[in-house]
Design a protein around this ligand. Structure first.
Ligand SMILES: [Zn+2]
Ligand SMILES: [Zn+2]
Ligand SMILES: [Zn+2]
Length: 160
């Protein structure tokens, strides 16, 4: 799948594709994509932006799907642990995975003006980090690569 990048694209297709991959992956691996878990993924997929757990909870509550924080947290945990979503440490928020079903070391480009988040292939950066860590005898358990800056659209706005 091509990276979505910051370009405008057929986002309805994008949502449909991600939900389809989640449905299929869960079916193949005997995982339960419950109504709440699926709806939380759908909520995260609405925009390519990171969302806090409380924003997700607010939406669930307004739809009558649960009003207790653990409902949202447990669904987010499930989505993150199975690779359907990622946690953005820098923002303490969650974003739907742009390449579900693929093994990857995600790297996030976060626009500080419009809060767009793009998941870029992070493998080269993760590999370089792995080499440095090994040289120092460090065993990496988890890597988070996140960059903040301006997306192409926001750069244009500044220069206009
Ligand atoms: Zn999209
Ligand atoms: Zn991903
Ligand atoms: Zn932006």
């Amino acid at each position: 799948m091509d990276p979505i990048g910051f370009q405008t694209h057929d986002h309805a297709h994008c949502i449909e594709n991600s939900l389809g991959v989640a449905d299929q992956t869960c079916r193949e691996n005997g995982l339960q994509l419950t109504a709440v878990r699926r709806r939380v993924l759908e909520i995260l997929l609405q925009k390519h932006c990171a969302m806090g757990a409380y924003e997700v909870l607010d939406q669930l509550r307004s739809e009558g799907m649960g009003s207790q924080p653990p409902v949202a947290y447990r669904a987010l945990d499930f989505l993150v642990s199975h690779g359907f979503a990622h946690r953005i440490e820098r923002l303490n928020a969650f974003v739907a995975c742009a390449h579900p079903g693929q093994q990857h070391a995600p790297c996030f480009l976060i626009c500080t003006s419009c809060s767009a988040v793009v998941e870029a292939p992070g493998r080269p950066a993760a590999e370089a980090l792995g080499i440095s860590a090994r040289e120092l005898g460090f065993e990496i358990e988890r890597v988070a690569i996140e960059a903040e800056g301006k997306c192409p659209r926001c750069q244009e706005k500044v220069n206009a």
